[in-house]
Write a protein that binds this ligand. Structure first.
Ligand code: TRP
Length: 334
């Protein structure tokens, strides 16, 4: 708890382009959470180097991600958006937690197995202990809730195990985090395969709308969206492509599913796709404009980076000092 508010932490990698799915499914809802929670959104650059990165590219993507979050509506005065590498406590706590984590546990992590298979030429120790760094991220802020996708649930589970193990030895040091399940938030599917989630790692760029796509690109991608041959705009599981487009239209326009179906009943798919493209572009263009303003306003973004790193460090140090004392490190002489 910070000032009577529960703590919410999430980390995001600056790899891949943020999609409309990320925005409508998560980011858009995060904007409303700052009143209820003390929020930390970390751009996890320490995690990123577990696979080889181009340094200039990583730096640029990390800054772009941070600006995009702000442009999408996360108020940087209310939400602590910061770089993980600016808070050394992450790495320090990760080391300590490494000593409370078993090889056998890490061996079971499915994401490790997948990534090791994909990067067979670079199976480094960091890739293996990645979940421990993630545990450190979360536990460092005495986090109550973590919004995570299904793919990260196993990592949250190991975080809880590590925290409970540590607490069992040393007393109540860490808050045990819970997954945050969003009350709202649409699940947006791929435009090319509507049985699959829209994903920033999809190799086909036509499958996803990226937050920075311009209007023409957005409309072109919707025109190419895979639908069906029923020529009927209805909301059901047999027409997953149309269902997905209805979902997207509904969230972006603020109209209900029923009203959307009524509005387009009897119309052709071509017209409907165009309308979906328009409403999505209307939603994204203002975000893109703000992003470009922030790109020009280096001083403003730099001040946010500095202030938020200081804030994150303050809370991180509180936990870290406690942990260091518990495990038996000597007090610093001041
Ligand atoms: N591993 C997460 C992902 O790839 C990112 C992440 C790092 C994270 N640390 C975190 C997510 C802490 C939630 C909490 O998506």
């Amino acid at each position: 708890m910070i000032d009577d508010k529960k703590v919410l932490f999430s980390g995001m990698q600056a790899t891949g382009n943020i999609t409309l799915g990320n925005y409508l499914g998560a980011l858009k809802n995060w904007v409303t959470l700052a009143d209820e929670y003390e929020t930390f959104y970390s751009v996890v650059d320490l995690h990123s180097i577990t696979v080889r990165q181009d340094p200039a590219e990583l730096r640029k993507r990390a800054r772009n991600l941070l600006m995009l979050y702000i442009a999408a509506g996360l108020d940087p005065k209310k939400n602590c958006i910061y770089y993980q590498s600016h808070v050394s406590g992450h790495a320090e706590l990760a080391w300590i937690l490494n000593c409370f984590t078993y090889m056998g546990e890490l061996n079971r992590m499915t994401q490790y197995k997948d990534k090791a298979a994909k990067h067979a030429d670079n199976i480094n120790a960091g890739l293996f202990t990645y979940p421990v760094l993630m545990a450190a991220d979360i536990l460092l802020y005495q986090t109550d809730v973590v919004p995570v996708g299904k793919d990260q649930l196993q990592h949250l589970e190991i975080t809880r195990d590590i925290a409970q193990r540590f607490n069992a030895i040393y007393g109540d040091v860490f808050t045990i985090p819970e997954p945050y399940i969003a009350k709202t938030g649409a699940k947006i599917m791929s435009l090319q395969d509507p049985e699959k989630k829209m994903s920033k790692s999809d190799e086909n760029p036509n499958a996803s709308i990226y937050l920075m796509d311009d209007k023409d690109t957005i409309i072109r991608k919707f025109k190419r969206a895979v639908t069906d041959s029923l020529a009927n705009i209805a909301y059901n599981e047999e027409q997953p492509g149309i269902k997905n487009l209805i979902d997207i239209y509904s969230v972006c326009s603020g109209k209900s599913i029923e009203d959307t179906v009524k509005e387009f009943e009897g119309k052709g798919y071509g017209d409907f796709k165009l309308a979906v493209g328009e409403v999505v572009a209307d939603k994204l263009v203002p975000i893109q404009e703000r992003f470009h303003e922030y790109e020009k306003d280096k001083a403003f973004i730099d001040s946010i980076i500095k202030e938020n790193a200081e804030k994150a460090n303050y809370y991180a140090q509180k936990t870290l000092r406690k942990v260091q004392k518990k495990v038996g490190f000597p007090d610093k002489i001041r």
